[in-house]
Design a protein around this ligand. Structure first.
Ligand code: ADP
Ligand code: MG
Length: 428
């Protein structure tokens, strides 16, 4: 929707903020924004330019995100806390109105893309550990030092980053930045189309070059081809602070993306930092198995919420009655004994058994991983370990031998057992 109040249409070569930034290529988009790779002529490096839609509510949302990102950047001068860095922000006036723009450090693929390239097989546990350390470093910083709850942690919102930055040196990276739209290109017509096409091709080649170089230097995985993930260093960073809040200044009752949502949020029993720890556990499980930990669906006579609670209890055991009846929405799902109203028969399948039987983990790997995850999935939010405590967990410093890593990567074939489990309730 490139109309009034909507996205700002950008073309390769467009300039921003008094010609400091030059658009190179579109990187992605979200509900509220489009994100472009841009060349920063002042620092001679590549950046990600997030251009917000212009309607009032999007401007408000961007102002909030800029405020959070500024606090995050100020508290981390060495940029080592595994959280995306805000470099600059400004207003840009276009035909659809005024757009707030954020300039962020340029990062690589999301963990979701990484899992997709790995054909949803789940990553080797040693890599999962490295990624977990990064995410926990980011969470510990946000929670303990800043008092910020992210509220939307998931694979899409964690981007790979590189310890080297080929973008800093366009000559060495083999990339010539596009610095301007050629004269006359604004007049439209055939000339413009040809020039535009050429520019686009050039931009594509340039980005492919950065990607290749990063991958070969042990940086970011960008290409879609099948590849071994060995030797790739797994630095990553938490992004998307559009929904973040301060623990003592919350805006929304319903937070988090469905599959990563904590039980206290479903029940409307209030929340704090520990909701991020729940989502973190769901994320770690998904990285290691390629499957979402909870993928609730509504069915005949029960809602998505009730299915979600049932799935949690099938994996983690019965929710203590006091917690089950403790939210303002508890009555919608639980009777006064703390039993679900519409889903009565639960099929208990504890995490370590699930990892062994369905994902073919070795006994040792399964028990160790389950021991790491289960405390994070405590139904009592205050009992979940903090990010700081979690960083001390011995599992993070274990090493699995390569041989058992190979047995560990679950195959596509054994993805069906969970499906059949869901179908049991589907036929209720
Ligand atoms: P929204 O708030 O609109 O959802 P996001 O911040 O999630 O926007 O960004 C949308 C997409 O843009 C991301 O999914 C990602 O593909 C890309 N993106 C965002 N930030 C960066 C970055 N710093 N570097 C590279 N790509 C990014
Ligand atoms: Mg997003």
């Amino acid at each position: 929707c490139y109309r009034k109040g909507g996205y700002h249409a950008v073309r390769v070569g467009d300039t921003f903020n008094a010609a400091r930034y030059v658009a190179q290529r579109k990187l992605g988009w979200g509900q509220f924004s489009t994100v472009w790779l841009a060349y920063d002529t002042r620092s001679s490096s590549y950046v990600a330019l997030k251009i917000q839609k212009s309607a009032a509510q999007f401007v408000q949302a961007a102002l909030h995100e800029i405020e959070v990102l500024s606090v995050i950047a100020n508290g981390d001068p060495s940029n080592s806390k595994c959280v995306v860095r805000l470099i600059d922000h400004f207003k840009h006036t276009g035909p659809n109105g005024q757009h707030l723009c954020m300039v962020l450090e340029f990062l690589g693929d999301s963990l979701l893309q990484l899992v997709r390239y790995n054909r949803y097989k789940g990553l080797a546990l040693n890599k999962v550990r490295e990624i977990c350390k990064c995410i926990l470093t980011g969470l510990d910083y946000m929670h303990r030092e800043l008092g910020i709850i992210h509220t939307d942690l998931k694979l899409e919102n964690i981007l790979l980053s590189s310890t080297i930055d080929p973008g800093k040196d366009p000559v060495k990276s083999g990339l010539t930045p596009i610095l301007e739209r050629p004269e006359g290109s604004l007049n439209g017509g055939a000339t413009m189309n040809i020039i535009e096409k050429k520019l686009k091709q050039r931009a594509k080649r340039a980005v492919a070059k950065i990607s290749e170089r990063r991958a070969s230097m042990g940086g970011v995985v960008v290409q879609k081809s099948e590849r071994s993930l060995d030797g790739i260093d797994m630095m990553c960073k938490v992004v998307d602070f559009g929904n973040a809040c301060w623990a003592d200044k919350q805006f929304a009752e319903e937070i988090q993306t469905r599959q990563y949502r904590a039980p206290e949020v479903v029940l409307r029993a209030g929340y704090s930092f520990s909701v991020d720890m729940w989502s973190f556990a769901c994320t770690a499980f998904e990285l290691a198995t390629g499957d979402m930990m909870f993928a609730p669906k509504n069915g005949q006579g029960f809602s998505e919420d009730e299915d979600h609670l049932a799935l949690m209890m099938e994996l983690l055991g019965k929710m203590p009655r006091k917690i089950a009846v403790g939210g303002t929405r508890s009555k919608d799902f639980f009777d006064r004994h703390g039993d679900l109203k519409r889903i009565r028969r639960l099929k208990y399948w504890p995490l370590d058994k699930l990892l062994i039987e369905k994902y073919k983990f070795s006994e040792a790997d399964a028990h160790e991983f389950a021991e790491f995850l289960c405390p994070l999935l405590d139904f009592a939010p205050e009992k979940r370990p903090t990010a700081q405590q979690c960083l001390q967990h011995p599992w993070l410093n274990l090493r699995t031998s390569t041989q058992s890593e190979m047995n560990n990567e679950s195959t596509v074939e054994n993805l069906d057992s969970r499906v059949s489990k869901l179908q049991i309730r589907g036929g209720w």
